[in-house]
Design a protein around this ligand. Structure first.
Ligand SMILES: [Zn+2]
Length: 1023
């Protein structure tokens, strides 16, 4: 070493002494150019800015709370823009619109003009373009579409631009839905990311198959494919080329008057790193990701070095280096006219090491995951009602909820991998957005129900209350003791496009209640006791979250069947009969310890309870019956003290044994039989209980579980599962959904793309579930549907398990630096979080399950929305419109079509999305072309223009198809898929083939009121 140092010192000294060297301004040649015959290194300057993780989104933006992490996105945008303005050859991509939008609104007019020029010239390019870079395992596809649409709308309205590249560089595994729906259907030409299984990556590096054509949907095949690039390692530069102020890479030192002149040495380093990448990449184009998390806070430090590398490496001549973007890179790949390997299915699960499967986060923060899902369904309904009422920019609107939900899809939000204070921030935003939307819903229902006798003038003033805490049986509106002569009106709104009959449940204080429909006819109802566990969590959580104890003491739940038209509502009246004798609505209740076997269910599904637990038997025919046993257990999360320090944590699931949960003492059962359904309350131990329901005329079991607080005193991480065990011969095969849409075939201990080395037989077989999981054999099919994102698997033939809750004792060393240990805090102290949720089980003949999974799945996502108001006598019912459907009378959507979006945009246009719910071959009746008549959807309005667009509504579909790059695939690209045909401008009938989603922007002729003749502006919008 000493010799070398002396040598370079000598050289410099000599140069200075002989005066041959000058130090002066060097004009770096950074002009962008591709040289086809050379190896081209595309430098892509980027910053990965998490929309919340260790800090909240706003803390990251303004740069506060820097003791946690020195990160300020404002610095990134300020300094990047200045650097781009300094040199027109420099480029930068920006991804997270939640941050950009915060920055943009505070810029001067003059600055905005300059930035628009940067965008127009391509120096600054928006890619991906959603509000955040959403997770791909735990969000619902409707949320993914919505959050991306919000960002795309911003980019379109402020810059007139349409992003053309998907950029999911950090999410922990990649979904099929991301590729085809959130990629190809947006008109993206390519998709890039970093994280795939380490074994998969090793093989792809060897075989140069990191870049593929990905067909994510079996049904849509080559009509919805996308060029996809997996980075050779991570989304940062090769070692030695990171240049944030405190990064340790050696800068290019090209001033001969200074010590350590290193131009040739650094050029050699650059060439070596590039050639290493060339060895694993097809074509002579490679991409370097010049940036990583929260970089470019002082952008000059990066651009200065890149200017020099481009200048000196190009002078060296072995390579060609240029400032680039993923779009330029994509075009270069396309121009190479290669055929690419075909990829189907998805990239789940993700492991970065043998014992590190990132499958724990499929379940992490289950209560937050449910909150996101609940509000997703509510947002869909609220936008419909906002449209039906007419959007009013002076509020209330759904905009705040839209923003909060968008951010909640981030890959450290709904994934459950953020710090606790950040989770609280997301929840706060959601609840604020909900409160706005709740007002909007109330005023819309008030408006729509007011139309009946508008001559009275005052009937638009109905004050509706709603009950977001119904899942813990808390609803002040329905619990209030009704004074004499008063009754409670329940307006039940259905956001689905087909008619529904469904049991709704509300807590009540009196046991002498009856329910009538709007015509005054009594409907069958059922009164049930509130379980002890429900009363406990009701009292605790109302206190914890609302800061007060429930005022009333609801003791019962009243259930009745509501029958509601499509996209509309029905009204019901609950009144106190005053009679003390129990009416026909009462349930037959028996409870006590289990000393004899119990059987419930009067149809083809029967539930048996014995000391061994619950068995469900479905009688499919006289000779064909299937029994599933249900049980609970927990995995002991590894504490990482063995040879491999990997612990189970917020991201990683690494089990170290499993323990069954047996009933403590004598199992306590309460059996409730009634006219609408039977239910059984079971307590397994002090922290697990459940209620199982079998509805009359339905073939599924509904299981409502309550889990928590998970004991932590023993220092053991616990990951709680429920299991269904049958004797079905499933041959290692099961099916899980992709973001609630396509089902993907899974085979235990097997991957389609490589020979799997199994080190983690449990967590390595876990998959994300948003809609459901099912398995089949020759005689039957068992499906489980869920109410939120969870992890699940089939680890043995005939068995399915779901992970419901986790409480950990260790961090899993993936950066969050905090133990996932959720608590609820009461005045007397904090304890582990209790969660409550539902899953649904149905057993069918083979091939019959899809009908239920698809239609009932839609009902789970879009529960009936309840709004309450009081009336004197029959005054409200007599003076209001008590039933309503936005459709033409008797029209409804076919059962294989869902209305994903009906939303009035700020410019008055209406965004409509229609989705076919079935895959090709999934159901003999429903996997066929479906038709929707727009005129019947909007029967009281005159449609003046319908434009079909990309999925995010930011470009006309025809233009998008014209611009799209057509890629070549190695071997066969599969059969051509026929899509729904172009719409006839007169007939306005939309055709949808299986799994197709079509998006339209619709204009209506003004001055035609949907409902009645009420004056919109005179309503109680500003209450
Ligand atoms: Zn990230």
């Amino acid at each position: 070493m000493a010799v070398k140092c002396f040598f370079s010192f000598y050289l410099i000294l000599a140069a200075v002494v002989i005066g041959a060297v000058n130090s002066e301004y060097i004009e770096y040649n950074t002009k962008p150019r591709i040289v086809p015959e050379k190896i081209n290194v595309h430098l892509v300057p980027h910053s990965h800015d998490d929309v919340g993780w260790l800090k909240t989104v706003d803390q990251y933006y303004v740069g506060s709370n820097n003791s946690i992490r020195g990160a300020c996105v404002q610095n990134v945008l300020d300094s990047v823009i200045a650097s781009l303005l300094d040199d027109e050859n420099r480029k930068f991509i920006y991804v997270e619109i939640a941050f950009f939008e915060r920055w943009w609104r505070q810029q001067s007019k003059a600055k905005k003009v300059k930035v628009k020029k940067l965008v127009d010239s391509g120096q600054l390019e928006f890619i991906n373009g959603g509000m955040c870079m959403h997770d791909e395992a735990t969000p619902h596809y409707i949320d993914m579409i919505d959050q991306t649409t919000l960002g795309h709308q911003f980019i379109k309205s402020e810059f007139g631009q349409v992003p053309r590249v998907g950029w999911q560089i950090d999410p922990f595994g990649h979904s099929a839905v991301q590729a085809y729906l959130l990629g190809a259907e947006f008109g993206f030409d390519s998709l890039f990311f970093a994280r795939i299984d380490y074994q998969d990556r090793a093989k792809r590096l060897r075989e140069k198959t990191l870049e593929v054509i990905w067909q994510g949907s079996k049904s849509l095949g080559s009509s919805s494919q996308i060029f996809t690039g997996v980075f050779p390692r991570h989304y940062d530069p090769p070692d030695g080329f990171t240049f944030e102020i405190n990064d340790v890479s050696a800068p290019v030192q090209d001033d001969p008057l200074l010590f350590d002149y290193n131009v040739q040495e650094r050029v050699n380093d650059f060439v070596a790193a590039a050639l290493a990448q060339v060895n694993v990449t097809r074509t002579n184009h490679i991409m370097w990701l010049m940036g990583t998390d929260f970089r470019y806070q002082y952008a000059y430090s990066w651009f200065r070095q890149m200017d020099k590398f481009i200048h000196y490496v190009n002078k060296d001549g072995r390579l060609n280096v240029l400032y680039s973007t993923p779009s330029i890179y994509t075009d270069a790949k396309y121009a190479a006219n290669e055929s690419w390997p075909l990829k189907t299915d998805d990239f789940f699960p993700y492991a970065d090491k043998p014992n590190a499967y990132w499958t724990g986060y499929f379940t992490s923060r289950p209560a937050f995951k449910k909150y996101v899902r609940d509000l997703s369904g509510y947002y869909l309904a609220a936008r419909q009602l906002e449209f039906l009422r007419g959007r009013n920019s002076s509020g209330p609107t759904t905009d705040m909820l839209a923003d909060a939900l968008a951010i909640a899809q981030h890959h450290d939000a709904v994934s459950g991998t953020q710090r606790q204070h950040v989770a609280a921030d997301y929840a706060l935003r959601l609840s604020m957005g909900y409160l706005q939307a709740e007002k909007l819903v109330a005023s819309s229902l008030s408006f729509l129900s007011a139309a009946k006798s508008s001559t009275e003038g005052k009937n638009t003033g109905t004050k509706f209350q709603q009950c977001p805490l119904l899942n813990i049986s808390y609803c002040p509106a329905s619990e209030a003791r009704l004074s004499t002569g008063k009754s409670l009106v329940v307006v039940v709104y259905n956001s689905l496009g087909w008619k529904r009959e469904e049991v709704v449940r509300v807590p009540v204080s009196s046991e002498n209640v009856i329910v009538k429909d709007a015509s005054g006819k009594e409907v069958v109802s059922q009164l049930l006791p509130l379980s002890d566990i429900t009363l406990r969590i009701r009292n605790e959580y109302v206190k914890a979250y609302l800061g007060r104890s429930p005022r009333n003491t609801a003791k019962h739940v009243l259930a009745f069947t509501a029958s509601v038209p499509p996209l509309g509502f029905s009204s019901y009246v609950i009144s106190d009969t005053g009679r003390t004798s129990r009416g026909p609505s009462a349930s037959d209740v028996t409870s006590g310890s289990m000393n004899q076997n119990v059987e419930v269910g009067q149809g083809n599904l029967k539930l048996f309870y014995s000391e061994e637990g619950l068995k469900m038997t479905r009688y499919l025919s006289t000779r064909n019956q299937v029994t599933a046993e249900q049980s609970y257990a927990y995995y002991i999360g590894s504490n990482g003290t063995d040879k491999d320090p990997q612990a189970s944590g917020a991201y990683v699931f690494r089990p170290d044994g499993v323990l069954p949960i047996k009933s403590e003492g004598e199992a306590q059962l309460t059996v409730v039989r009634g006219p609408l359904f039977d239910e059984v309350h079971q307590d397994f131990n002090s922290w697990i209980s459940q209620i199982t329901r079998v509805y009359k005329g339905k073939n599924h079991a509904e299981i409502e579980f309550t889990v928590g607080p998970i004991p932590a005193d023993d220092g053991i991480s616990k990951e709680v599962i429920t299991k269904l065990t049958t004797t079905m011969k499933t041959n290692g095969t099961f099916y899980t959904d992709s973001n609630g849409r396509d089902f993907i075939k899974r085979i235990r201990d097997f991957r389609t793309d490589w020979d799997l080395q199994v080190y983690q037989p449990v967590s390595g077989n876990y998959y994300p579930i948003n809609l459901g999981i099912y398995m089949q054999d020759k005689t039957s099919e068992l499906s489980v549907l869920v109410d939120r994102a969870v992890g699940g698997s089939s680890l043995e033939n005939g068995q399915i398990e779901l992970m419901l809750h986790r409480r950990m004792q260790h961090d899993d060393i993936r950066g969050v630096g905090e133990i996932l240990n959720e608590t609820v805090c009461l005045p007397e102290g904090c304890k582990g979080l209790t969660i409550r949720g539902k899953f649904y089980v149905q057993i069918d003949k083979p091939g019959d399950g899809a009908k239920w999974r698809r239609t009932f799945g839609q009902e789970i996502y879009s529960p009936l929305l309840l709004a309450f108001t009081e009336q004197e006598g029959d005054s409200w019912i007599n003076s209001h419109q008590t039933t309503f459907s936005a459709f033409e009378p008797s029209y409804s959507l076919p059962k294989n079509v869902a209305l994903l979006t009906l939303q009035e945009l700020e410019n008055g246009e209406v965004l409509l999305r229609l989705a076919h719910l079935f895959e090709v071959g999934e159901d003999s009746e429903y996997s066929v072309m479906a038709k929707v008549e727009l005129k019947k959807l909007f029967h009281n309005k005159k449609i003046s223009q319908v434009k079909e667009t990309s999925l995010s509504g930011n470009q006309e579909k025809a233009q998008m198809e014209k611009r799209r790059l057509i890629w070549k695939v190695e071997g066969s690209a599969g059969e051509e898929v026929k899509r729904g045909g172009a719409m006839d401008a007169e007939k306005l009938v939309v055709e949808l083939v299986p799994m197709e989603i079509r998006t339209f922007l619709i204009k209506f002729d003004d001055h035609i009121e949907m409902v009645g003749d009420s004056d919109r502006d005179s309503n109680n919008l500003r209450e």
